[in-house]
Design a protein around this ligand. Structure first.
Ligand code: NAD
Ligand code: DAU
Length: 358
């Protein structure tokens, strides 16, 4: 038994792979092209572990996909690989359409060919899980109820439009070809190995470096926040018990305005790593021009996955955000290497041989 994970060197994918081996020994083939967001250093604790087979490659490389599927015969595919940063999608949407739409199409076609040739229990048990986002549903007004799985799709950024397109492809491959798929639409994750271009790790890194803490617009945009290992446990629950063709919304019931998140981070840093100047990190907060097309509010109704799959988040926002700040304080070298690009040199030095295995 083996599973194939795409994008397993990114933020959520690497947390998923690390968490996977905490609860079972089933091997993981981890296919990741290592864009700027892919960092094998996240998986350094698995170096030499035969359960983890890392392959550097692109989900658009159909020949590679066919080869990996034929060789490892996975019982499931968990598809994380994507371009994931909204601001980057505004500056350069092409990569988002390529990976998120064309890449998902390529993976679906490879999965369809592989699954089509399976027989008996192997065929019946095969699963394709697509990891998606709450952003496909668009923006909520203050009094709107949280997103359910039947909300209409109203994506507003190039990123969310490309993820919405990928969700539609996954749905269509199930309805037309019978491919055994599940999809999850999750809210904002946070936790270890979060790339410091995203709000929470950026604020922690900038605060410690004495730099401005940039708040887009008025800082009153609302997101729902989920500790990353709770997203991973939700995906494991869907893989184990999810109904084919179903969509599951995943969230932490933690709606919060961005400014409140930044205040919380500053207060935790004031407590755990006070500034040498004696001033609160809150004094570094700086309002900057808003993100174009910035969605005002996301909120997730997670009752379906709670009811049908008996899933619950293990962390509250208070416990998760404290763990996160503590992790970043203990791993400042990881942040420095990401910011300087040094992790790329480190990769070549330490993983060159491993990358060549396939
Ligand atoms: P990330 O940007 O940190 O990681 C993406 C990974 O995919 C990287 O390791 C990258 O190298 C890899 N990748 C990119 N293009 C590839 C390609 N063509 N072939 C193979 N690998 C490729 O992203 P993340 O935050 O870990 O998000 C993972 C998934 O979860 C994405 O699909 C994203 O849309 C979804 N998601 C993210 C969040 C969040 O808060 N971060 C919330 C909900 C859903
Ligand atoms: O909702 C799920 C989505 O969450 C995922 O699908 C995306 O992959 C993930 O990147 C995340 O998207 P966001 O745009 O919500 O995340 P980001 O961390 O970029 O921004 C969070 C909020 O903070 C958002 O309202 C924009 C704001 N922000 C962000 C940055 C980087 C700031 O105010 N200042 C900043 O410097």
């Amino acid at each position: 038994m083996t599973i194939l994970v795409t994008g397993g060197a990114g933020f959520i994918g690497s947390n998923f792979v690390l968490d996977w081996f905490k609860s079972n020994d089933e091997p993981v083939v981890n296919l990741d092209v290592l864009t700027y967001a892919g960092n094998l250093r996240n998986l350094a604790s698995l170096q030499g572990d035969p359960r983890h087979i890392f392959v550097q490659g692109d989900i658009l490389d159909r020949a590679l996909l066919d080869k990996l599927l034929a060789e490892h015969r996975p019982r499931a595919i968990v598809h994380f690989a994507a371009e994931s940063h909204v601001d980057r999608s505004i500056h350069g949407p092409a990569a988002f359409l390529r990976t998120n739409i064309d890449g998902t199409f390529s993976l679906l076609e490879a999965a369809r060919a592989y699954w089509g040739a399976l027989e008996g229990a192997d065929k019946a048990g095969f699963r394709f899980h697509h990891v998606s986002t709450d952003e496909v549903y668009g923006s909520l007004k203050p009094s709107d109820p949280p997103f359910t799985e039947s909300n209409p799709y109203e994506p507003n950024s190039p990123y969310s439009a490309s993820k919405a397109a990928s969700d539609h492809l996954v749905r269509a491959w199930h309805h037309t070809y019978g491919l055994p798929v599940t999809t999850s639409n999750c809210s904002n994750n946070y936790g270890p190995y979060h790339f410091p271009e995203k709000l929470i790790p950026l604020i922690i890194a900038n605060a410690l470096a004495g730099k401005p803490l940039p708040i887009y617009g008025d800082g009153q945009q609302i997101r729902d926040w989920l500790y990353v290992s709770d997203h991973c446990s939700a995906i494991r629950a869907i893989l184990a018990k999810g109904q084919l063709g179903e969509v599951y919304n995943v969230g932490g019931w933690n709606e919060m305005p961005n400014l409140q998140i930044v205040h919380t981070l500053c207060d935790l840093l004031d407590e755990l790593s006070p500034s040498a100047s004696g001033k609160s990190y809150r004094e570094q907060i700086t309002y900057v021009t808003d993100r174009p097309g910035h969605d005002r509010r996301y909120a997730i109704d997670a009752r379906k996955i709670e009811r049908d799959l008996d899933w619950r988040p293990a962390e509250t926002f208070e416990t998760g955000i404290r763990k996160t700040v503590q992790w970043y304080l203990a791993n400042q070298e990881w942040v420095r290497d990401v910011q300087s690009g040094a992790y790329r040199e480190w990769l070549d030095k330490n993983y060159g041989a491993r990358e060549a295995v396939q």
